[in-house]
Structures are given as structure tokens and as C-alpha cells.
Design a protein around this ligand. Structure first.
Ligand code: GCO
Length: 467
């Protein structure tokens, strides 16, 4: 039987797109926004490719109506954006900046008017600079400040926002921001960065409690996960991959879903009060997974440092990241391995069983840097192929019993890709950063058709209905 034109999902499956404040908004000093750790980081020479910054980015702060119209035409159910904490609390604590909150009022009301569910992330790495300078996520008090912030935002929007994400990818902020120095705040502390992981998880738990107290519900987190593959079946590679799997995946999921850290990590973790784990495992309504590709891990190789985003990781780490050969690659040089997506989701089902709440894929996508051709069309067939294959891999996991309720594609727009700036394009919509012209790519039209075909499929022809 021919492959159906589109992967088929339950008709009430939620289709969305994801973005993040610092990557698209711009207006970094407008209407009272305070500086963030990323504003300080991009100002340091050599930190970001081409010296790019998020000062203007996609100018979404001024163009949000146009971008909302693009999402309405796309036909999505939900939009995952992030609130910029320093736009709402410029110093990360105390007084609220009314103009900052006012921007999000206009964005949220516009989304609701367009029939799109706002599904915001409270924190997507843009730590208020005052808090960063006081220790940032190495300082336990930042978790308390986050809870205050969550209560403010939750209280203001609880009646309009039906789906919430506390924190985006604590693993990446911990490993690249505090461990390897590749992202803001640019600290290379190695394993000494682990207190940041704990404080981010504590902030998540306190944030869930603050949101619920403010009347907000349907809360999850967006954790980055990747299937970890050992470089070989040799014992030293298996051990290194097992350690990496715990550090990159399970240290961020176990405490939330089981109330305990992986026992193998005890030697690396700071002393942790039991009360903290009770907070971190405050029940959530769903679990968000951001996933792009698997990771190949082996024993440390003398002198050969692992590369992440083109940066060398400390060669003294007890593992090394290896190139995955034999698969197509994105323009960001990430391997394209859809089967690893199925493998990851099944690993979650096996590891957590009844403790695993429903899942949303809160990010999946790829960097392909196609631009407009002579006719002004962006023929990004590789993004269509990547997304089609990963959606089929997702559906295979669902058919095997993994309860997935929705998919947010990364990303709506080409945007500021952190330490590599604007050099990598993840959007369904091309952005000309000189003119801010938006051009829906072929993949935008493909995703639009996929969503429509899944929603208009005759009743009774469901591939299972979400409970
Ligand atoms: C992440 C972040 C996004 C990235 C995207 C592409 O997962 O790193 O949540 O901000 O831009 O994943 O790398």
C-alpha cells in the first residue's frame, strides 16, 4: 500500500509551532524591558557567530499581528511562545513593568481572537541580568524569584491561557550556559554546574505551585531529550554513554516524574534536601519533550574534545560525543534519524510506565538554510522530508502506546539561534533580516495541508482518538 500523503493523527491532536522571546522579539530596551543574561552575553566579542544579537531579531515585538495572521493562515491549534521575564520584571524581582505585560496582553488577545490557544513558556533562558549577576541559577534564591514571577504572570493570564510551560530545557542552560560556557552566561564549570540543574528543577516545582495558586492549570515543562547511543559495545563506551544518558536525560526527568535523582549520579550531585525533591515532583498535567536527533557517546578520547555547535567541550569530561555517520545531515550538521525519535518515546514509556503523564512534543524541527529563489519561493523540501519522517516516527510511538497529545514544530520563523546567531534557519517562514520580510516556505504550505487533512478527515476514519 502506498504511503499515505500525510501521516495521520487523531483528529483532536493539537498542532502548533514554537518560538522564544529572545530569539524573535527584538526591542530589547523598549518599553521598560530590563537586560537579560543573553543581552550581556552577545555583547562579549566572539561569543556569537558574526557578532549577531537579538537586539532586533525578527522584530516580533512590533510585527506580532502579522505573525499571528501567518499562524492563523497556517491553521494551527496552539502557539508556544515565551514570556521575557525581564520585560515583565526588569530586575527579576518586585515591581511589574506594565508596558511589558501590556505587550503580552495584546499578543494573547490577538491569538485568542484568531482561534489559537496560547501555550507559553515562562522562562526560555533570558534570565534577568540582575539575578544573573547575583549568581543566576547557581544561586538557590533565583528559584524563589522565579516562583514570584510565575505567580504574577499566572495570576494575570490564568483566565485566558489554558496551557502553561514552566521552563525550557534546563539541561541546555546547565550544560552549555554553566558547564561548557557556549551559551549565556558563558561559564565553563564542568560538573560544578550541576547546582544550576537542581535550582532550575526546584524553580520548575515552585513555579507549578505558584501557577496553580494563581488559578492557572494544565501545566508542563519542555525538557530536551535525545536517544543516547553508545559508540560501541565495549564496556568503556557503554559506561560513558550510560553516564551521559543520566546527565543529559534522566537527571532532568526522574526528579519530576519519580521524585528522585538517578542513583548513579549521587557522587556528582550537591547534597539535596528531601523537601526539594517533593517540590520538584509537584504533579504536572503533561510532560513536554523537545527532540531533534540522537547522540552518540563514547569513552573520553585523549585530546579529542567533543564538539557542540562547533565549540569544543572540555576534553577532561568522562565521555566524548562522537559523530553519527551514515545518515543525512541538516545544514547545522545534525544527523537526521527519525527512528531515534520513536526509540526515545518508547524509552520514556518503559522507564516511567504509569508515572508518565500525557506527552506533548514541544519542539522538533531542523535547520535547512534555503532562501527565496528567483521567483521568491523557498523550496525547502528537506524540511518537509525531515518533518514528515519525524511525524511518522512519532505516530509509530503512539501506535505502540505512547500517549502524545500534540506537536509544536520548531519554529514558526527563522530566528536567532543562540551562539550561531542567524546563520541557521529553522523556520517554516523565511525571514529577511534586512527587510524583515516574511516568506512562507514550501514547508509552511505542507504543514498547513497536513493540519487541514488531519482535521477534515471523515469521522470514523480516526487513527485512534486521544482520550
Ligand atoms: C533548544 C531551544 C531552541 C533552539 C532550537 C534549535 O532546544 O535549543 O529550545 O531555542 O533554538 O532547539 O536549536
Amino acid at each position: 500500500m502506498d504511503k499515505p500523503a500525510f501521516p495521520t493523527f487523531p483528529r483532536n491532536f493539537s498542532w502548533g509551532v514554537s518560538t522564544a522571546a529572545y530569539q524573535i522579539e527584538g526591542a530589547v530596551a523598549e518599553d521598560g524591558r530590563g537586560p537579560s543574561s543573553w543581552d550581556a552575553f552577545v555583547a562579549q566579542p566572539g561569543r556569537v557567530v558574526n557578532g549577531d544579537t537579538g537586539e532586533v531579531a525578527c522584530d516580533h515585538y512590533h510585527r506580532y499581528r502579522e505573525d499571528t495572521a501567518l499562524m492563523k493562515d497556517l491553521g494551527i491549534d496552539a502557539y508556544r511562545f515565551s514570556f521575557s521575564w525581564p520585560r515583565i520584571q526588569p530586575g527579576g524581582r518586585g515591581a511589574v513593568n506594565a508596558a511589558g505585560l501590556g505587550f503580552y496582553d495584546k499578543l494573547v488577545d490577538g491569538l485568542l481572537e484568531a482561534g489559537i490557544t496560547p501555550a507559553p513558556t515562562l522562562f526560555h533562558w533570558d534570565t534577568p541580568l540582575e539575578l544573573e549577576e547575583a549568581g543566576g541559577w547557581l544561586n538557590r534564591d533565583t528559584a524563589e524569584r522565579f516562583a514570584e514571577y510565575a505567580g504574577i504572570v499566572g495570576g494575570h493570564f490564568a483566565d485566558r491561557i489554558p496551557q502553561w510551560i514552566t521552563i525550557n530545557e534546563p539541561v541546555v542552560l546547565t550544560m552549555l550556559g554553566y558547564g561548557a560556557g557556549i551559551q549565556a552566561p558563558g561559564l565553563a564549570l564542568g560538573f560544578e554546574a550541576l547546582p544550576a540543574a537542581h535550582h532550575l528543577l526546584l524553580a520548575h516545582g515552585l513555579g507549578v505551585q505558584a501557577l496553580r495558586s494563581a488559578g492557572a492549570g494544565n501545566i508542563g515543562i519542555a525538557n530536551n531529550h535525545a536517544a543516547t547511543w553508545p559508540a560501541s559495545e565495549h564496556e568503556e563506551d557503554l559506561q560513558a554513554a550510560g553516564l551521559y544518558d543520566n546527565i543529559a536525560n534522566w537527571i532532568f526527568a526522574d526528579p519530576i516524574l519519580t521524585g528522585a535523582y538517578p542513583p548513579e549520579l549521587e557522587p556528582f550531585l550537591p547534597p539535596v534536601p528531601d523537601a526539594d525533591l517533593a517540590v520538584i515532583s509537584t504533579p504536572i498535567d503533561w510532560y513536554g519533550i523537545n527532540s531533534y536527533n540522537p547522540t552518540l557517546v563514547g569513552a573520553p578520547t585523549a585530546g579529542e574534545a567533543a564538539l557542540v555547535d562547533g565549540h569544543e567541550l572540555d576534553a577532561s569530561l568522562p565521555f566524548s560525543l562522537r559523530e553519527i555517520e551514515g545518515y543525512p545531515r541538516t545544514d547545522f550538521d545534525w544527523p537526521v534519524v527519525p527512528a531515534a525519535f520513536t526509540e526515545l518515546l518508547l524509552a520514556f514509556k518503559d522507564r516511567y510506565g504509569e508515572k508518565l503523564p500525557p506527552i506533548y512534543i514541544t519542539e522538533n524541527g531542523a535547520a535547512f538554510n534555503d532562501g527565496p529563489d528567483g521567483e521568491g519561493r523557498v523550496r525547502d523540501s528537506r524540511r518537509i522530508d525531515y518533518t514528515d519522517a519525524h511525524l511518522r516516527a512519532l505516530k509509530a510511538a503512539m501506535d505502540a502506546g505512547v500517549d502524545v497529545r500534540g506537536y509544536f514544530h520548531w519554529s514558526l520563523l527563522d530566528n536567532f539561534e543562540w551562539a550561531v546567531g542567524f546563520s541557521q534557519r529553522f523556520g517554516l517562514v523565511h525571514v529577511d533580516y534586512e527587510t524583515q520580510k516574511r516568506t512562507p516556505k514550501d514547508s509552511y504550505h505542507w504543514y498547513q495541508e497536513l493540519i487541514r487533512s488531519n482535521k477534515e478527515r471523515p469521522a470514523g476514519n480516526d487513527e485512534g482518538t486521544l482520550s
